[in-house]
Design a protein around this ligand. Sequence first.
Ligand code: NDP
Ligand code: OXD
Length: 308
Amino acid sequence: MAFLILAPSSRTSAWEKEIRKAEPDLDLRVWPDTGDPDDVTFALCWKHPPGVLNRFSNLKCIASMGAGVDHLLQDPALPEVPIVRVVDPSMARSMTEYLLMAVLFRMRQLDRYWQDRLQRTWHPRVPEQAASVRIGIMGLGQLGSDAAQAFFSLRFPVSAWSRTPKTAEGIDTFCGEADFAPFLSGLRVLICLLPLTDRTRGILNRHTFEMLPDGAYLVNSARGEHLVEEDLIAALDSGKLSGACLDVFHTEPLPREHPFWGRPEITITPHISSLTNPKAVCPGIVDNYRRMKSGLPLRHLVDRQRGY
Ligand code: NDP
Ligand code: OXD
């Protein structure tokens, strides 16, 4: 029974260290040094080359190194074994901190003060009150729920949209396609925290932007493919949107020639809104490995049909 780390584009030394710490006797292998492929029963993956997991005929579980599993499900030859993902309160907290930073930076016009500083200009502006800035969160799961509560505790009005009905203290909740337009109306900030699925790909498009009040602000820290990039440029050009803070992109790293770099209204961060911390998550991943070995129910299972 071997545990394989399969993450060709990632540095894996911290993962190896933390997995060994959690289970010192583990037969741990790191791609591409798999040894006998028939030994591998558990694979911890991030952006694996499509098709390669089929080499492991005794594979019993695939674990995502992150919260998202779109990188796994886009492999058309993914073996039919259970998939688990990372759920970690520190990841949710980190995402919440990023979102608070994005919204407060914008609200308190730090971008403009930064420009003023370059000109050595003293130019006070009246700040907006949180109570007049309605935040809309797409996705009320592990990350969206934490963020919604944090904005609510700072007295922002908060709306949240999910696939199935939800209730959350102080949050105006909406669900499904019928609720999409009412959810969007009245938002000053739209935050995307959806998983990438067939139903959510491209959801940040011109039709969605049209349903927002003029001058709304967009934050996307879910996946680049949620956004139709040319529709964002058009919405900024027309003034429909006043700006955006983007952490994720169709192509990462964002190519140097990409038009987003030339747009001062777009804040760009390099997919860091919530990095997975191997120290925090490896005990849970190893727990699932042990569960798989003992035939116990796995935790944080992914529903393949739903896509998340
Ligand atoms: P969860 O699975 O916990 O939550 C997903 C939420 O999205 C749920 O509320 C779900 O609804 C909702 N949802 C899914 N499909 C739809 C739909 N078609 N219409 C409306 N709502 C929908 O995911 P997490 O909160 O853990 O993570 C969300 C995503 O964030 C990840 O998939 C990943 O892509 C991204 N991420 C990005 C990071 C970064 O650094 N940039 C870091 C970590 C994650 P329901 O509750 O009804 O099921
Ligand atoms: C994740 C990510 O899905 O970091 O965890 O994007």
